[in-house]
Design a protein around this ligand. Structure first.
Ligand SMILES: [Fe+2]
Length: 285
């Protein structure tokens, strides 16, 4: 299973901007980049904060873009989203029997993706209520013989940035109790942190990544403020198989030169003097 993970586009209805940025610029650059390099991906996963204000016009603009992609897409809600507005625009989006935006995707290689809805209307933190945890319990029980990766907006672990940890997944231990009971969860893909982050709890690894627009500054000192930043965005590509996950972050906005390692003259060259990568390898860039 080859998965592309993208998160937190925070789209706003034009002509509104956000922190001086047009969030569509970052999203469009990411989508163009992944379509050029990873159009054969099995799945695009977008882990929430699809919009910044839950505007239907922003969801509609996102839908138009996603409909043009060559791969299926799994969308999650984040704290900035609006479940009703999302469902009104993405009327065919899978939901569970209670209307939460949750679904499971079973790949032929034995890996399953279980996507969870941690959205709490009007709140910044996330939550998995009894109904959502019961759905997760059933989803994991039905996949006892498979490797499961979970996707959710709010990380089920702290990242060490106090202001972000204060708005993480509430009662995360209830989530881990369900995961522990089944023993088939290998990894959790999250959003929300707007940074590169890797963690592990027991045998389960956790990854987060920068959003496609603005980011969160890394600081461990104060809980009363979360600092934003305009560091570059990235998306992730992951190869998933039973017993295996390989994950790379892709700096889709990077314009720095590429060069041939084995050319001795390149080792001494200034960046501006590096010769272009010759054919046929230039098509790999
Ligand atoms: Fe976000």
């Amino acid at each position: 299973m080859f998965l592309v993970h993208l998160t937190d586009p925070h789209l706003v209805a034009p002509p509104r901007r956000l922190f001086g940025l047009d969030p569509f610029e970052g999203l469009d650059a990411a989508l163009a980049h992944l379509c050029r390099h990873y159009a054969d991906a099995d799945l695009l996963l977008v882990t929430g904060d699809l919009t910044d204000l839950g505007e239907k016009a922003a969801y509609a603009a996102l839908r138009r873009r996603l409909e043009a992609l060559p791969m299926p897409v799994v969308l999650l809600l984040g704290n900035h989203d609006d479940r009703a507005a999302f469902r009104a625009v993405f009327e065919g989006a899978p939901v569970d029997e209670a209307g939460f935006v949750q679904q499971a995707v079973d790949h032929a290689n034995g890996v399953s993706l279980v996507a969870l809805d941690t959205h709490v209307p009007g709140a910044a933190h996330g939550e998995l209520c009894a109904a959502r945890l019961a759905w997760l319990d059933r989803a994991l029980a039905a996949r006892a013989a498979r490797d499961v990766v979970i996707a959710m907006h709010h990380p089920p672990v702290g990242c060490g940035i106090p202001g972000m940890d204060a708005i993480g997944l509430a009662d995360a231990e209830r989530f881990w109790a369900v995961v522990r009971r089944h023993g088939n969860v290998r990894h959790v893909f999250t959003g929300h942190i707007h940074r590169t982050f890797f963690g592990r709890r027991e045998a389960v690894s956790i990854s987060a990544l920068p959003g496609t627009s603005h980011q969160v500054h890394l600081q461990f000192a104060t809980a009363d403020v979360v600092l934003g930043s305009l560091e570059p965005g990235s998306y992730a590509v992951a190869r998933l198989a039973p017993g295996q996950i390989d994950l790379h972050h892709v700096a889709f906005q990077d314009q720095s030169p590429r060069f041939v390692f084995d050319d001795a003259s390149n080792a001494a060259a200034e960046p501006a003097a590096l010769p272009p990568v010759p054919p046929p390898y230039d098509r790999l860039i």
